[in-house]
Design a protein around this ligand. Structure first.
Ligand code: GDP
Length: 392
């Protein structure tokens, strides 16, 4: 990837003790592995710089071994200098005292080098805990960590805590919140999404990083897990269909399944395809177990009633080659997906009545895309200007 491209992406580092679940998180979020397959993963043994074609730049580091802050050759500046967020994973099903000690030394070391880093603690594997026990564990971890930091004179360092599991959407939602803190354009994006929704009768709109299914922005109406899950499942469906039909998607188009572009390296459906991450296609369409549990009523009932899950082929508004799909569900809701750029897709939820004015929606989405281009273009211009000033 071009250096400039890397720079403009939020950079994230995942750390934690061995067996805390880092590789599993990485595989499930960025490689579409199903959670049960992670049981057979070998433990992380080296720094893992994942070259993912995602909006997010992501690295995994392991304890012990890789990080010895007391080793004088250990270059903390190089490691923490460029990082946006440090995610520390704690296995909540295990005795976490050692993990908390590691978290403490890490925060102290990283904060010294880079005070702008955001610290995010994933209290992980909570699928094994009862509701009460979850809350107690979070309280205990939070209290201990903050007390120790304040004893070390670091009471101003902010840490955020999340309860996560790879068996449901909690890991994706936690990442979404983490990433959103790293996007300086977030208020502008939210504002644009609000305008789009208000003017088109759209109920909810998400801007998704397609590869990871993390949403990087949404309009300011409240997020309910159901709408997030159904949108993220839509990405799976679209990618699976394109991976089945691949370049033959024109055939699919004529059958009214999917309109998708066929060429260009920037096509994320093709990119995903090229990664060979589809060992587990399970007949093509599959869901993470957690997702199907929670969604069985909506998704399964819709897809099992033939005819209620039907995509409508629609004209391209811009004439560009871009992924585009519409799914009408049996309950009168329409899911509308359109590719925004090589990493991002916009997914909207709206009522079937509203979708009757599709021309309006297409047009507004087109305007939204243009505005997005400008937002990211401005940022690029700003950076170039700053670099030029620095060089003078
Ligand atoms: P790493 O050494 O930190 O990379 O840890 P791994 O990713 O190898 O995970 C260690 C074990 O934890 C594996 O057997 C995973 O299946 C399991 N694991 C990871 N995430 C979760 C989770 O959310 N819930 C449960 N119950 N187990 C998990």
């Amino acid at each position: 990837l071009a250096e400039e491209d890397r720079e403009s992406r939020p950079r994230l580092m995942l750390m934690g003790l061995r067996r805390s679940g880092k590789s599993s998180i990485q595989r499930v979020v960025f490689h579409k592995m199903s959670p049960t397959e992670t049981l057979f993963l070998e433990s992380t043994s080296k720094i893992n710089k994942d070259n993912i074609h995602s909006f997010i730049d992501f690295q995994v580091w392991d304890f012990p071994g890789q990080m010895d802050f007391f080793d004088p050759t250990f270059d903390t500046t190089a490691i923490f200098g460029e990082v946006g967020a440090l995610v520390f994973v704690i296995d909540s099903q295990d005795d976490y005292m050692e993990a908390l000690a590691r978290l403490h030394t890490t925060v102290v070391a990283a904060h010294r080098v880079n005070p702008n880093i955001t610290f995010e603690v994933f209290i992980h594997k909570v699928d094994g805990l009862s509701e009460d026990y979850k809350i107690d564990t979070q309280r205990d971890i939070q209290q201990t960590t903050m007390d120790e930091l304040s004893d070390a004179g670091l009471e101003n360092v902010q840490l955020a805590f999340y309860l996560t599991s790879i068996y449901d959407h909690s890991i994706f939602e936690a990442f979404s919140k983490v990433i959103q803190k790293l996007i300086p354009q977030l208020p502008t994006l939210e504002n644009l999404l609000n305008i789009l929704c208000a003017n088109s009768g759209i109920e909810k709109a998400f801007l998704f990083d397609v590869i990871s299914k993390i949403y990087i922005a949404t309009d300011s109406s409240p997020v309910d897990s159901q709408s997030y899950e159904i949108c993220s499942d839509m990405i799976d469906v679209i990618i699976d269909i394109s991976s089945i039909y691949g370049r033959a998607a024109i055939g699919a188009k004529s059958q009214g399944y999917l309109e998708d572009h066929q060429d260009g390296q920037d096509d994320w459906t093709q990119q995903q395809d090229g990664h060979g991450d589809y060992e587990d296609t399970n007949g093509g369409i599959h869901q993470r177990p957690g997702a199907s549990d929670m969604n069985s009523q909506t998704v399964v009932s819709n897809s099992s009633r033939a005819g209620s899950l039907n995509s409508v082929p629609t004209q391209q508004t811009s004439g560009n080659h871009e992924a585009f799909s519409v799914i009408k569900m049996g309950n009168g809701t329409v899911l509308y997906l359109r590719e925004v750029n090589k990493y991002l897709a916009l997914i909207c939820l709206l009522k079937a009545e509203t979708f009757e004015k599709q021309g309006l929606i297409d047009y507004n989405v087109h305007c939204f895309k243009e505005a997005m281009d400008q937002v990211f273009e401005l940022k690029r211009a700003e950076r170039t200007r700053r670099e030029m000033e620095a060089n003078q």
